[in-house]
Every structure is written in C-alpha cells, then in structure tokens.
Design a binder for this molecule. Structure first.
Ligand code: F6P
Length: 325
C-alpha cells in the first residue's frame, strides 16, 4: 500500500518514534510505501475544515499522491479534522499525540510522560532555592482544559498547592494555606498552576492575547504572575514565578514515551492493514487497541476524581480546601 503520514498541531516528544515504527513495520513486513506530508495539517494550527473546500483540497492532495490510506498523528484538533476526512471517505487512522494527555479513550497520549518528567525536575530544582530563600514559588505549566501535567508533576514533585483548570480556585484559601505552613515553621511553599486554571472570582483563564487560532483557542499564559502578585499581597511573603512553557514540549522523549510512541506507530500500521479506518490507536490497561476517532474527539478528557483524590490523599485535612479551590 501507499500510505500518507502527517502530524498536526503542536510538536510533541515521541513524534519521530511513531513515524519510525510505522514506516519500518510497513516497509519490512507489508512492503508498503510511504509519503510524508511535510507540515501535515501544519504545525501552525491551520484548520482545513474552516476553509471553503479545505477538506476537499486535502482529499485531492491524497489522490494526487496516490495515497491508499492516511495515518494522522495529532491531538483533538488534528484528529477532529481526521474524523471529518473519514466521514468524507478518506481511509484514515489516528494516533493520539499531546503532552496535555487530554484525549478521550486512551490511558495516555505520547509526550505526556516527557512533559511530566521535565516539570518534576524543575519542581525539584525550585524546591531547594525556595527553601534557601524562604520564598513562595509559583510554577506555571501547560494544560489548557485539563490539569494532567500539573497534577502528575505536582504529586511527583511534592508541591504544596496544585491548581488545575477543572476546579476554579479561591486565592484567599490558597494564601491561607501558605500562611498556615509558615506558622508551622515551613517558610517556603511550591504552587503548581496549570495555564488554564481559573480564579473563582474571575471569568475564564488568564490569556496572553484574546486572539484565537483557527480551532478557536486563545493563547493562554500569565496566570503565574497574576497569582504571585495576589499571593504576595495577601501573605506578605516574597513570591517568585517560573513559567516552563515550551521547554515541556521540546527535547528528547523519555524511555516510556519512546516505547509508547513505537507501540502506537506499530498499532497504526496494523490497523491500516486490518482496514480499521476511522479509528485511533489507544492504550487501555497497557494494551494497544483501536477505538473510533469520533469517541476520542467527542470531548476533552479532564482530570478524574481518582487522580484528584490521590492529590488530596497526601494532604492534611485542613489543606484540602485550598487545593480544591
Ligand atoms: O499542545 C498543547 C499545548 O501544549 C497546550 O497546553 C498549550 O496551550 C499550547 O500547546 C501552546 O501551544 P503553542 O504556543 O505552540 O501554540
């Protein structure tokens, strides 16, 4: 078969491992040929479904190149376009890519583990300097609608407060918690905040710009600075911020992500040859399975109660309210 491969949306550690695995298995085991669509659905967050004839242009490009099938590696935006292409008859298979881990139907997306490890290391480093200077450190991490990176790295790094988009927070309660820590002789605190977390008193997340991309997403960012000012005002404790930004998305993948991405690439090429189109490779209970693309893109997978309980489980009773917001 002649198979097209593309990636779309933000980059993500493990992309190369997916492509490598699909191409190697396809070439060696099935005698496939591959076409790489450079800039895929573009890394600039272009949405072909928004342009007149955009989807038809994609279909014409596939035809012109003689592609019998397409492997689309992306997050919810890219895979929602893949779903629309499938509805128009394209033989497409999806692979779940996003550091945010917010795609439904799969236990983990590739790239997430790398991001969590980068943030955990950063929290460890921030810990020692926070302690040395008796400071409050606010660490801003990615996570627009889902706080997976914040909650995993916050638990792993021993953060004192974890603020996620799923639960708007009361800044007075967060400040009260930090004050209580000081009263108990802990003169520093680490606050991990997802970029999409919301003050209960304000409407919506803190935005860098009101401009939206073609999928309707505004550029988030800046909550750490806003929060730090509010905390300093309320506690009088010196507060600093660290915004990790794209450091979370760049660089080499962890071993876990390399293996997961390889398994996804192998899963995708097998799905193509089994004729399982309109589906996405997914991880469930450590097995690679296939689920409908429509199920994966129907809604964002947000942090579940079990994970929140894990974060609460390591806190003293009086502290829970501050973290829950
Ligand atoms: O890939 C998803 C994501 O990491 C979001 O958490 C974040 O809001 C967004 O990408 C930022 O992307 P960029 O600045 O590259 O457009």
């Amino acid at each position: 078969m002649k198979i097209g491969i593309l990636t779309g949306g933000g980059d993500c550690p493990g992309l190369n491992a997916v492509i490598r695995a699909a191409v190697r298995k396809g070439t060696f085991h099935f005698n496939d040929q591959f076409i790489g669509f450079l800039e895929g659905l573009r890394t600039s967050r272009t949405n072909p479904a928004k342009r007149p004839d955009g989807l038809d242009t994609c279909i014409a490009t596939l035809k012109k190149n003689g592609a019998d099938a397409l492997i689309a590696i992306g997050g919810d935006d890219t895979l929602s376009v893949a779903t629309k292409l499938f509805d128009k008859g394209v033989r497409v298979v999806g692979v779940p890519k996003t550091i945010d881990n917010d795609l439904a139907g799969t236990d983990f997306t590739f790239g997430f583990d790398t991001a969590v490890n980068v943030v955990t290391e950063a929290i460890d480093r921030v810990h020692t300097t926070a302690e040395a200077h008796n400071r409050v450190m606010v660490v801003e991490v990615m996570g627009r609608d889902a706080g997976w990176i914040a909650i995993y790295s916050g638990i792993a790094g021993g953060a004192d407060v974890i603020l996620i988009p799923e639960q708007p927070f009361d800044v007075d309660k967060v400040a009260a918690k930090i004050r209580r820590r000081h009263e108990r002789g802990r003169y520093f605190s680490i606050v991990v905040v997802a970029e999409g977390a919301k003050f209960a008193s304000k409407n919506g997340p803190v935005m860098q710009s009101g401009e939206t991309d073609e999928f309707g997403h505004a550029r988030l960012g800046g909550i750490a600075n806003t929060l730090a000012l509010e905390l300093e005002k309320r506690t009088g404790f010196e507060t600093r911020t660290v915004v990790l930004g794209h450091i979370q998305r760049g660089g080499s993948p962890t071993a876990f992500d390399r293996v997961l991405a390889t398994r996804y690439g192998l899963g995708a090429i097998d799905m193509v040859h089994r004729g399982e189109f309109g589906k996405m490779a997914a991880l469930r209970a450590n097995k690679i399975i296939s689920i409908p693309l429509a199920e994966a893109t129907a809604k964002n997978r947000t942090v579940d109660q079990e994970m929140m309980n894990a974060a609460f489980g390591i806190l003293e009773d009086e502290e829970k309210e501050a973290v829950a917001g």
